[in-house]
Design a protein around this ligand. Sequence first.
Ligand SMILES: NC(=O)c1ccc[n+]([C@@H]2O[C@H](COP(=O)([O-])OP(=O)(O)OC[C@H]3O[C@@H](n4cnc5c(N)ncnc54)[C@H](OP(=O)(O)O)[C@@H]3O)[C@@H](O)[C@H]2O)c1
Length: 296
Amino acid sequence: MITVMGATGNTGRKITAALLAAGEDVRALGRDRTKLAALADAGAEVRAGDAGDPTFLAEAFRGADAVYALLPVDLAAPDYHTHQSQVGEATVASVRAAGVRHVVVLSSIGAEVPSGTGFITSLHRQEARWRALADEGVVDVLLLRPGAFYESFRAALPVIAQEGVNADAVAPDVRIPMVATADIAAAAAAALVARDWQGVEVRELVGPRDLSYAEATSILGTALGRPDLAYVQLPYGEMTQVLIGAGLSADVARHAVEMARAFNDGLIRTTGARRLDAPTPFEDVAAELAAAVPAA
Ligand SMILES: NC(=O)c1ccc[n+]([C@@H]2O[C@H](COP(=O)([O-])OP(=O)(O)OC[C@H]3O[C@@H](n4cnc5c(N)ncnc54)[C@H](OP(=O)(O)O)[C@@H]3O)[C@@H](O)[C@H]2O)c1
């Protein structure tokens, strides 16, 4: 039996589907019982609860041959890293309490960098917690480090609809390793079944080619029927205010912009750590994102 955290999210939903298709027993975790009901209909055992609750997690992990572990993002957190630490510590402690041997961890490229990478700094700290547990010989941990998710451009769609441009703080011509969540899910599901590593192993996961925001915007524009869609780089301060206006806490907005700055400065990059290439091009996901936009 395999427990999947965040089973109603981008990666977890696809991992759950892949594992069920492979005939595995799956325990799917999330908070929203309505969203979980669809996974129950598909054959998963579902559990609703908060990832910051070690009692809930330890019960959810008990009896599992492997766990897919992620740090859910809380865009409203007043102190992002503190919230991530609480959930991260609860997850690691619960794996220890439940006696799970194999854990596939969703991390990110750039997680080897200790600070200055915004959201990814929390993943660096979380990797350290997993490494400490593995160093005790308690667990075998696979640290999956994907590039930026193609699906993150879903958040740009309302801005494109309202303003007629895509806007962010990332420089237009900086090429960024990106990947489809379907390819992350395929790699994670295969590892959860195979359990073919020992100690700590790092696997990077990036798509066929690194993309700049200008290129990605052009591809997305073509998929949306707007081939002339432009990308506009906003100054860091302005982008922070835009994100706060969109409902992010001031601290989360600051980390989002710090991550953009880290991409611009070349701080977040692949290291070649068993780089597993993922086949899906951005064009495929851009078409899916465009198809989900309601007709005007
Ligand atoms: N976006 C990127 O480009 C990127 C790149 C590299 C790494 N990452 C990392 O990927 C992770 C997110 O993965 P994802 O995109 O697959 O997830 P996601 O789509 O953001 O979904 C989050 C999942 O976690 C659940 N969840 C949220 N808060 C929770 C809580 N407090 N307790 C229990 N469950 C909770 C959600 O359930 P509900 O249905 O209840 O909301 C949902 O199933 C983050 O750690 C992020 O740093 C992201």
